[in-house]
Structure formats: structure tokens, C-alpha cells
Design a protein. Structure first.
Length: 217
């Protein structure tokens, strides 16, 4: 069930039942224009329910995630209201990409690196270049995904154990050079804004990697 709350009076404004089979709504996102909301279910496979916020009604039938993409416990949406991404509570974690215009699944779910299981949290940057999914594991892991490319793979896996600070820093520097080179690819980053965001993200990764090197070496 979806409950609508009037925030001005802090009172219940209405309730809406999800369609049959769309049980346990464990994740939710709303588009930047406050027109539609999307809810992910804790079912196998996961389902996505679309709600018209103006009429507070269900739109169409729930969208089934591909086989194996179960329990969509996290969700993010880009700032242009074009794509949404749902994280699955699976081992390894999976990410389901949804085209919001056609309300359809895009490609196959993206599998996380080995050990990165159960994507319970997710965020996306303001430039819609990178998304970050957090795992329900011990220790927790953060998987970075390049969402500016239609069929992208995770750009970074969990940081390996350190052998020496110097080697750790050298590997981080090498990764920065590779990342900055890829940022110049105009087929992947067609405009200056996306290229600058890519470089900025690469530099931030390098800074964070050096900090990790100091902490674990």
C-alpha cells in the first residue's frame, strides 16, 4: 500500500493499493518534475510500480525485472527524468536500468564485482555521470557505475589489500591516467560538460584512493 501524506498539515491524504503481486514496496523514487513515482518490490523477480502523482493512481501494469533481478531494495533516478536504476538484493548485486519514457527494461541487469552483494543503497551524482551502490555485506562495499554509457560496467571494484604505500599510490596514479584518457572519448562523452564531469570524477577517485592508501598501508 502507498500512503499519501499532506506535509503542511502532516496528515494522511489518501492510500493506494499496489496491483496484485506487487508486494512489499521496499524502494521508491520520484521524478524531478513531481509527476510520477516509481516503487520497487521485494518479490522474485522484482517488480516496478508506476504511480501518477496528480491523480494518485497506478499507471499500467507493474514492470517485471529480468529473471534473477530479485527484491529491488534500492532505486535512483537521473536528473533528466530519462532513466531509473534499481539495485537488487542478490549475490552478486544486480542493477536494473529502466527507460522511463517507454517504461521498459534496458538491456540485461548489470552484475556487480565478486563479493559486492545485496545493493541496499544507491545514489547518483548531479551530472548523471556516475552512480554509487552500497552493499549489505561485512565489510560494506561501494560499487561505482558509469551511467553515462548505455551498457557500462562498474568502473571500480572494492580496493584490494595494500602491499606498500608507494605501490598503492602508483596504482592509483595509473588508474587516474587511464580514466582521464577515457574521458576524452567523444563517442562516450559527447559534450564538454560530461567530459569535465568525467575528469572531475577521476581526480576525486584518485584523491580518495590516496587517502585509502594512507589508511590501509
Amino acid at each position: 500500500m502507498i500512503v499519501k501524506v499532506d506535509l503542511n498539515s502532516f496528515s494522511i491524504n489518501g492510500t493506494l493499493d499496489a496491483p496484485t503481486g506487487a508486494n512489499k514496496l521496499v524502494s521508491a523514487i520520484i521524478d524531478p518534475n513531481d509527476r510520477y513515482a516509481y516503487f520497487g518490490t521485494e518479490t522474485s523477480p522484482g517488480k516496478i510500480v508506476k504511480v501518477d502523482l496528480n491523480s494518485f493512481s497506478i499507471v499500467g501494469t507493474p514492470l517485471d525485472a529480468p529473471t534473477g533481478a530479485n527484491k529491488l531494495v534500492s532505486a535512483i533516478i537521473d536528473s533528466n527524468d530519462v532513466y531509473a536504476y534499481f539495485g537488487a538484493n542478490t549475490s552478486p548485486g544486480k542493477i536494473v536500468k529502466v527507460d522511463l519514457n517507454s517504461f521498459s527494461i534496458v538491456g540485461t541487469p548489470l552484475d556487480a564485482p565478486t563479493g559486492a552483494n545485496k545493493f541496499w543503497t544507491g545514489i547518483i551524482d548531479s551530472n548523471d555521470v556516475y552512480a554509487y551502490f552500497g552493499t549489505n555485506t561485512s565489510p560494506g562495499m561501494i560499487v561505482k557505475v558509469d551511467v553515462s554509457v548505455p551498457t557500462s560496467a562498474p568502473t571500480s571494484a572494492p580496493t584490494p589489500s595494500c602491499i606498500s604505500f608507494r605501490k598503492c599510490k602508483r596504482l592509483a596514479k595509473s588508474s587516474l591516467r587511464v580514466s582521464k584518457k577515457s574521458c576524452r572519448d567523444r563517442t562516450v562523452y559527447p559534450n564538454r560538460k560530461s567530459r569535465r564531469a568525467c575528469v572531475k570524477g577521476a581526480k576525486l577517485d584518485y584523491k580518495n584512493a590516496k587517502t585509502q592508501c594512507r589508511q590501509i598501508c
